[in-house]
Design a protein around this ligand. Structure first.
Ligand SMILES: *Cc1c(COP(=O)(O)O)cnc(C)c1O
Length: 391
């Protein structure tokens, strides 16, 4: 018998969920370049260029800036594992899924975790951080999510950074859904440890986690009394490979580095400021269209890269998302936690942040809301977006 396994041919989707985002063809093509040895001088040059471009995109001079092998969560775990020793006091701000995940990870590495909680969809108030730091003066690290993808809330960081440093603690920031799409200034905002992922605003496939550590974070790692609890994510070992020593640690995902290199070059060619402005424009157009459809935003202070809206009563969540996917090829995200079945999360990240996508989604949603919910199919959603584009 012959083997008749057909080659896998995934459909071409429009990715407007909470990540991954649309990947440009030239970034995908980079994955298909010949695999090099992970110590090949040509590959080492690509690593160096990737590091330099990551410094530009993080807006940092931090020497220890590189891509961890693994997705965004590996970046989170690398930051926590290296900064935290058993018994250390850590404050984690929790107003959604990813703050909750950071707390879980910190507990797994033995931290004594205190939380600053805010309702899902709200941002963390500086006053609450001030009170927590005062109540726990031995705090070593404060962790916070810049772009909470589960609720769409955009967290301001500058005032909180000042409070954290005045208290002598380190600031750890989750920038998974902000790097390459939202204003993020690692040096100016004095972020000590920052992690991200490739598949959100960088528009690269999932698989690497850009991270950056300040001199103070490095000093805290050097002052550790115990080994890092994860061998794979031990920055002291990873540094020896990415740095000038080039000591083998693990086999780098070589072709993923090519893709990240291509994606970062795309970000830098567009220009960070232009890219941030583009995310702003398409967010405003989408917002105008969604409002015409009668959909309201969950967070008072919304991200531009992720738009979380309430699903109106009587509208069948899963059915609309299934039909969007099957009939229009568009993926959007459902709600998580308390928003399960109650929210849609619409990503406008990286290459997905485009007029084509905004207009296509609004037209499709208008059609489906009409068919499934009895709403008007003539809400003017596309016209409302068009007005933003013409302004
Ligand atoms: C997606 C995401 C993560 C996790 O990244 P993975 O690549 O899924 O591991 C962490 N934090 C935030 C804010 C995210 O949006």
């Amino acid at each position: 018998m012959t083997n008749t396994l057909a080659p896998f041919a995934p459909p071409q989707r429009i990715l407007m969920g909470p990540g991954p985002s649309d990947v440009p063809a030239h970034v995908l093509a980079a994955l298909a370049a010949p695999t090099l040895g992970h110590l090949d001088p040509v590959y080492l040059r690509i690593m160096d260029e990737t590091r330099q471009m990551l410094q530009q995109v993080f807006r940092t001079q931090n020497q220890l800036t590189l891509a961890i092998s693994g997705t965004g969560s590996a970046g989170m775990e690398a930051c926590v594992a290296n900064l935290v020793e058993r018994g250390d006091e850590v404050i984690v701000c929790v107003n959604g899924v990813f703050g909750g995940r950071m707390k879980d990870v910190a507990e797994r590495y033995g931290a004594q975790v205190h939380t600053v909680d805010a309702p899902w969809g709200a941002t963390i108030e500086a006053e609450a951080v001030r009170a927590a730091l005062a109540a726990h003066p031995r705090t070593k690290v404060l962790g916070i999510v810049h772009a909470e993808t589960s609720t769409g809330a955009h967290q301001p960081l500058e005032e909180i950074s000042t409070l954290v440093h005045d208290a002598g603690a380190l600031l750890l920031v989750d920038a998974v859904t902000s790097l390459g799409g939202l204003e993020l200034r690692v040096d100016d905002w004095r972020i000590d440890a920052c992690y991200s992922g490739t598949q959100k605003c960088l528009s690269c496939p999932p698989g690497l986690a850009p991270v950056s550590f300040s001199a103070a974070a490095l000093a805290a790692m050097d002052a550790r009394k115990t080994k890092v609890g994860s061998w794979y994510l031990d920055m002291a070992l990873i540094r020896n490979y990415w740095g000038s020593d080039r000591v083998y640690h693990h086999t780098a995902p070589v072709n993923m580095t090519y893709a990240l290199h291509a994606a970062l070059a795309t970000v830098i060619t567009e220009g960070l400021d232009a890219r941030i402005a583009r995310h702003g424009l398409h967010h405003r157009a989408l917002r105008a269209g969604l409002q015409a459809l009668g959909l309201t935003y969950i967070p008072a202070r919304s991200l531009t890269s992720l738009n979380a809206v309430h699903i109106p009563d009587g509208i069948p969540d899963a059915r609309i998302r299934t039909r969007l996917l099957e009939e229009f090829g568009i993926e959007i995200g459902g709600g998580l936690g308390p928003f399960k079945g109650k929210a849609w999360r619409i990503g406008l990240m990286g290459a997905s942040s485009s007029r084509r996508n905004v207009t296509t989604l609004l037209a499709a949603l208008e059609t489906l809301l009409g068919e499934e919910g009895g709403a008007s199919t003539n809400s003017g959603a596309v016209a409302a977006a068009t007005k933003v584009y013409s302004a």
